[in-house]
Design a protein around this ligand. Structure first.
Ligand SMILES: Cc1cc2nc3c(=O)[nH]c(=O)nc-3n(C[C@H](O)[C@H](O)[C@H](O)COP(=O)(O)OP(=O)(O)OC[C@H]3O[C@@H](n4cnc5c(N)ncnc54)[C@H](O)[C@@H]3O)c2cc1C
Length: 397
């Protein structure tokens, strides 16, 4: 074996990967991924959960001890802190993600704002929580984001609401800035993203003068995002501020393609998976070459991209725990990546979604669908949970 091979990060150390899980939890993970790997079961689960939500049937008793427990930290910040402390013991940090979706009354928006502010204050007091995050669609109506992105806001009430959106985002970023906690803005459907990009860029200009506090998210499945990254870098250079970038591949491929076909505009998504992989990795390469100006947050369950970033850190000769480079996976997925990165000394944090069970259901359905559509992902999780469960049982016998 070459010395390079010896230095390479390994993701197959399952004992390290699952140290914080009990045998019961491992066995549960195995069954869960078996279920979400089955498209018929996921489809019927989606149908029944939609029905239960519409009829306001009580479902928390079924969902909370099962799929919710696997993918979420709890209903409140306090409940999540127990999970955060358990992961911290193994050098994996977490990011509290208030995952309530699809609510846009003024009361819902205010409640989301208050809760996100609480997550920022909480992170400021807990070194195990290095970032905060929010979904911009929680802070205005879809109508305003869509019209704003098309540059078609004309109704005075819509214009006022778009200004309120900007102010809400500024309240969050300013609080994060004052408390010194970096804040990430999730990326959403293409139809909303232009207005989000404009507001987030404005926030970076304002609050990233000394370091990256505000991070935008780039979905590298979009054909235009590598160019957008380069333009954002040029803008940051010209404006003398730091660029915070969270890289993801993108979560809405099917609906984006379906919408483009229905409305007759060019598909905004790359033609195939290898192109997306190439763009994602090129984005990492570009940012690491400009680390003096860009902070990198790499959100992926893809082993190759995670490995590439460890190699880029190594070849640049910077510390593994350089504060400008972070790895991240979602809670309940790819522990073999997160815990092995943490054990090797890299900075890693898992997104820990939380919120009332009913309101988090759309997030849970998305996770189930994502694992179904990526057959490889769920079979990888099944195989690992099964292997480690067997190994742990053998050790005890
Ligand atoms: C920490 C974290 C934060 C996240 N935040 C966001 C966010 O703010 N916004 C968001 O949209 N998503 C977000 N995601 C989800 C992310 O976009 C991906 O859906 C998910 O992580 C799967 O991609 P991957 O890189 O992990 O895995 P992989 O299995 O390597 O990649 C799967 C992804 O590749 C792309 N892809 C698959 N097939 C094709 C194809 N035929 N053509 C082109 N591209 C294809 C799709 O994006 C698909 O999701 C986040 C994920 C993580 C881990």
């Amino acid at each position: 074996m070459s010395p390079n091979m010896l230095d390479m990060i390994r993701f197959d150390d399952l004992e390290t990967a699952f140290r914080y899980k009990t045998d019961r939890e491992l066995k549960f993970a195995y069954w869960l991924f078996k279920i979400v790997g089955n498209p018929t079961l996921v489809k019927s689960g989606k149908f029944f959960s939609d029905l239960a939500l519409r009829l306001r049937l009580p479902i928390a008793w079924l969902v909370k001890p099962t799929i919710y427990r696997h993918f979420c930290g709890g209903e409140t910040i306090t409940e999540c802190m127990e999970v955060a402390r358990a992961m911290e013991e193994y050098k994996v940090h977490c990011i509290l993600d208030y995952s309530v979706e699809g609510k846009d009354t003024p009361e819902d928006i205010q409640a989301a704002l208050d809760e996100t502010l609480r997550t920022i204050h909480n992170a400021a007091q807990n070194p195990s929580i290095p970032f905060t995050v929010f979904k911009p669609t929680a802070f205005t109506t879809e109508h305003v984001l869509e019209e704003g992105s098309l540059g078609q806001l004309s109704n005075p009430e819509d214009i006022k609401e778009s200004e309120r959106f900007r102010q809400r985002v500024e309240t969050l970023c300013q609080t994060a800035f004052k408390l010194g906690v970096p804040i990430m803005v999730d990326a959403e459907d293409v139809k909303f993203q232009k207005m989000i990009d404009q507001v987030v860029t404005e926030m970076m200009e304002k609050f990233n003068k000394e370091r990256a506090i505000v991070f935008n998210t780039l979905q590298m499945y979009r054909r235009d995002r590598l160019d957008f990254l380069k333009e954002s870098y040029e803008k940051a250079l010209a404006g003398n501020y730091f660029l915070g970038v969270k890289f993801v591949r993108g979560a809405y491929m099917e609906s984006e393609r379906e919408r483009a076909a229905r409305m007759g505009y060019p598909d905004p998504i790359n033609p195939d998976k290898p192109t997306t992989d190439q763009m994602f990795n090129d984005g990492l390469r570009f940012s690491m070459e400009h680390l003096d100006r860009i902070s990198v947050f790499c959100g992926t369950h893809n082993e190759e991209s995670n490995r590439l970033l460890t190699e880029l850190i190594d070849s640049k000769g910077i510390e593994k725990n350089d504060p400008r480079v972070w790895f991240s996976q979602l809670f309940g997925m790819s522990d073999h990546i997160s815990f092995n990165l943490g054990a090797a000394g890299y900075q890693v944090a898992k997104y820990l979604p939380y919120g009332p069970v009913r309101n988090v259901l759309p997030y849970l359905i998305r996770r189930a669908e994502e694992n179904t559509s990526m057959a490889g992902q769920s079979s990888r999780e099944i195989e690992m949970a099964q292997k480690e469960y067997r190994r742990s049982k053998e050790r005890k016998e």
